[in-house]
Design a protein around this ligand. Structure first.
Ligand code: NAD
Length: 350
């Protein structure tokens, strides 16, 4: 499996493979860039079809973190970790402790936190072995803890900006939103959308999560295979990436795609496809930066919860500018966001 010639390699600074026979841990940590600071990005624990898929995922996710942290104005580079889940390597305190030792061995080049398949509790075990972890339980008014409510808040405000721009409405009252995945972020987002008066359509492949969401917010349940194509105003992807493709985009009926999932576009050409169809796309790593803003504040210990709230609030204006520039230049929103991210990183390198 070639790494240097991999389609997603994109000049990664380093790539680290870890194995532990006792816990069964198999993990890859990718450090895309440390130009702006230590590479930061969560740990995803997922069942991958094979190692090649895990490598592709971690490379794409870590580059996305470089872009996300740059556009959010954080003193952090981009990195990500994946743990290859399997029956031989079930979740266990020892697995996360060993992973903590792996992260520690990188000496602070990489800071981890929770992502899909990991929880605050898992990060507590990681923290027993390393200081280079965030997203831990906090007390009082300190910033930090589970980042997903902050991600959801940024997404809600991003959806408001998109609805303003695309539908000319300054409220979410009666706006129909389809939420794909009601896990950590998706469920919080549903609560916020419901409170704002939106009408919800939800899908999840995990029935327990679906039931939990249904018990809390009124929502129409949609089959996971149909959710992307539901007749709604806004599609909010909050599950996994690679969902906006040449196959799915022609069938999307929403006028806006704005949600938390990382790497929603399968390829850059899919961003152009959305624009050609007149669908306004909120670049994923711009709208979903709320969580890393909280993680950064916790890690550096230099901000209160109010500071985090104010910083997350800036996501809306960032998106408004991207939407406006896209309209004026006729260029797709993802291209403008990528350009901005790359210019911030290039300036830091100089
Ligand atoms: P999660 O694991 O808690 O939730 C994901 C949910 O999506 C689960 O309930 C899962 O069953 C469901 N799902 C998976 N495939 C699905 C499908 N095909 N159709 C419908 N549902 C499906 O993860 P999360 O922390 O809520 O993160 C969700 C997404 O947001 C991920 O892409 C993650 O990388 C991204 N993200 C999360 C954060 C954060 O703060 N947690 C921050 C930025 C980005």
């Amino acid at each position: 499996m070639s790494v240097f010639d991999h389609a997603e390699f994109d000049n990664h600074e380093s790539l680290h493979y870890f194995f532990d026979e006792k816990s069964g841990l198999r993990a890859i940590v990718a450090v895309h860039s440390t130009a702006l600071g230590p590479a930061a990005g969560g740990t995803r624990r997922w069942v991958y079809l094979n190692e090649a898929d895990a490598l592709t995922d971690v490379l794409r996710l870590s580059r996305g973190m470089t872009y996300k942290n740059a556009v959010a104005g954080l003193k952090l580079g981009g990195g990500k970790a994946v743990i290859l889940a399997s029956h031989e390597a079930p979740k266990s305190p020892e697995l996360f402790r060993h992973f903590g030792r792996c992260v520690d061995s990188l000496g602070g080049r990489y800071i981890t936190a929770e992502d899909v398949g990991c929880s605050v509790d898992d990060m507590r075990y990681v923290h027993e072995e390393t200081e280079f972890v965030s997203g831990l339980p906090q007390s009082g008014n300190d910033a930090g803890g589970d980042p997903s409510p902050w991600t959801a808040l940024g997404c809600l405000q991003g959806i408001e900006a998109a609805v303003e721009e695309q539908l000319g409405k300054d409220s979410l009252q009666g706006i129909r939103v389809a939420v794909q995945g009601v896990g950590h972020v998706g469920l919080h987002l549903c609560r916020l959308l419901h409170a704002a008066g939106a009408e919800l359509y939800i899908a999840d492949v995990n029935n327990d999560n679906l039931k939990m969401a249904q018990a809390e917010v009124p929502a129409t349940i949609v089959a996971p295979s149909e959710l992307l194509f539901t007749d709604v105003d806004v599609l909010a992807p909050c599950a996994l990436g690679n969902i906006l493709t040449s196959m799915t985009i022609p069938k999307i009926r929403a006028k806006i795609v704005a949600g938390a999932a990382n790497n929603q576009l399968s390829t850059p050409a899919d961003g152009a496809r959305l624009a050609e169809r007149g669908i306004l796309y909120a670049p994923d790593y711009v709208i979903n930066a709320g969580g890393i803003i909280s993680v950064a504040a916790e890690y550096y210990g230099d901000a209160s919860e109010d500071d985090v709230r104010a910083d997350v609030g800036r996501i809306k204006d960032r998106l408004r500018k991207i939407f406006r520039d896209a309209k004026e230049t006729g260029r797709p929103t993802h291209e403008l966001a990528d350009e901005l991210a790359r210019s911030v990183v290039a300036a830091a390198r100089q």
